[in-house]
Design a protein around this ligand. Structure first.
Ligand code: UD2
Ligand code: MN
Length: 282
C-alpha cells in the first residue's frame, strides 16, 4: 500500500499538509519599538526566497497568500512592518509573499488603485489564491489572527489602537482585509476613482454587498492592531459623491479598466517592490 503523501517520483517526497491550526501560536505578540535599517533586516531574515517569498520548510501550506501593501514615503513604517510581519506569518505556516506597490510622484495618493495593481502584478509572480490588502502602518497584535481567506471576505483590522480598539462602524472595510482570488475578481477589484484620503474602503464594502457577500470578522480581542503614528493625508472632497453613485460604476470601474505604467519591479530580499505611475484617466 502506497503512503498517501508519497509522490509518483520516489526521489521527491511530497510534504504533508500543514496543520489546520498552526501548532506554534501564542496569542498576544510583542510589538518592538526598536528601529532597524533595511540592511540589518536583510541579515536577520535569511530564510526567504527572492522578493520576500516564503514557504514553510516542513509542510505544505494550505494557503498561498499575497500581502499587497500600498506605499509611498513611509520608510520607517516599512522596516517596522517587515520586522514584525515575517516572523508573524512564518509562525502561521503560510506560503506568502509581500508586495509593496509604490506610487511614483507627488500627486494625490490612490490606495485602491495600488491594491488593484498589486493584485495583477502578484499573479505574474506566484499562484496566489488569497489576497490580503494591508496598510503599511498596521501591525497585528495577536498571532491567532490568521492571515488566510475564509469563505466570506474578511475585515481583519477590527480593533485598531488609534480607534480606541473599537470598530467605528459596522461596514468598515479599511485597514487590513482579505479576499480570495475569485471574490476579488467577482467584485471587479477596487474602484480606481478615489484620489486622496477616504471612501475607497467603503466603496469596496458596497461592492461586496452588491454581490451578496458578507463581511466576516474575528473577535475584537484577537483582531487587534497597533497603528504606527503618521500625519493625516488631505481628505478627498469628492469621496461622498463617488461613494453615493458608486454602484453605477461597479462593473466598469475597477480591474477591468485599470491602467498604469510599471516603472520598476525588483525582487528585493524582504519584499517585492513595484513602482508605478498612475494618473486620472477617463
Ligand atoms: C484609514 C484606513 C485605510 C484607508 C484610509 C482612507 C483603517 C484602519 N485604515 O487609514 O485603510 O481606508 O483610511 O484612504 O481603517 N499610504 C502611504 N503613503 C501615503 C499615504 C498613504 O504609504 O502618503 C498608504 C499606507 O499603507 C497607509 C495607507 O496608505 O497605511 C492608508 O493611509 P493612512 O494611513 O494615511 O490613512 P488612515 O490611517 O486614516
Ligand atoms: Mn494609517
Amino acid at each position: 500500500i502506497k503512503n498517501r503523501t508519497e509522490s509518483k517520483n520516489p526521489t521527491i517526497p511530497t510534504l504533508p499538509l500543514c496543520p489546520l491550526i498552526p501548532t506554534d501560536l501564542r496569542g498576544p505578540v510583542e510589538i518592538s519599538d526598536v528601529a532597524h535599517s533595511m540592511e540589518q533586516l536583510e541579515l536577520l531574515f535569511d530564510n526567504l526566497d527572492p522578493g520576500g517569498h516564503y514557504k514553510p520548510p516542513n509542510c505544505q501550506a494550505r494557503s498561498r497568500v499575497a500581502l499587497i501593501i500600498p506605499y509611498r514615503d513611509r520608510a520607517s513604517q516599512l522596516t517596522a512592518f517587515l520586522y514584525h510581519m515575517h516572523p508573524f506569518l512564518q509562525k502561521q505556516q503560510l506560503e506568502y509573499g509581500i508586495i509593496i506597490v509604490e506610487q511614483a510622484g507627488y500627486g494625490p495618493f490612490n490606495r485602491a488603485m495600488l491594491m488593484n495593481i498589486g493584485f495583477v502584478e502578484a499573479q505574474k509572480l506566484h499562484q496566489y489564491d488569497c489576497f490580503i490588502f494591508h496598510d503599511v502602518d498596521l501591525l497585528p497584535e495577536d498571532d491567532r489572527n490568521l492571515y488566510t481567506c475564509p469563505e466570506q471576505p474578511r475585515h481583519m483590522s477590527v480593533a485598531v489602537s488609534t480607534l480606541k480598539y473599537k470598530l467605528p462602524y459596522k461596514d468598515i472595510f479599511g485597514g487590513v482585509s482579505a479576499l480570495t482570488l475569485d471574490q476579488f475578481k467577482t467584485v471587479n477589484g477596487f474602484s480606481n476613482k478615489f484620489w486622496g484620503w477616504g471612501g475607497e474602503d467603503d466603496d469596496m464594502a458596497n461592492r461586496l454587498k452588491y454581490h451578496d457577500y458578507h463581511i466576516s470578522r474575528y473577535a475584537a480581542n484577537i483582531a487587534r492592531y497597533k497603528m504606527l503614528p503618521h500625519r493625516r493625508q488631505p481628505a478627498n472632497p469628492k469621496r461622498h459623491e463617488f461613494l453615493y453613485n458608486g454602484n453605477k460604476r461597479f462593473n466598469i470601474d475597477g480591474l477591468n479598466n485599470l491602467q498604469y505604467q510599471r516603472q520598476d519591479l525588483k525582487l528585493n530580499k524582504l519584499y517585492t517592490w513595484v513602482l508605478v505611475e498612475i494618473s486620472e484617466s477617463r
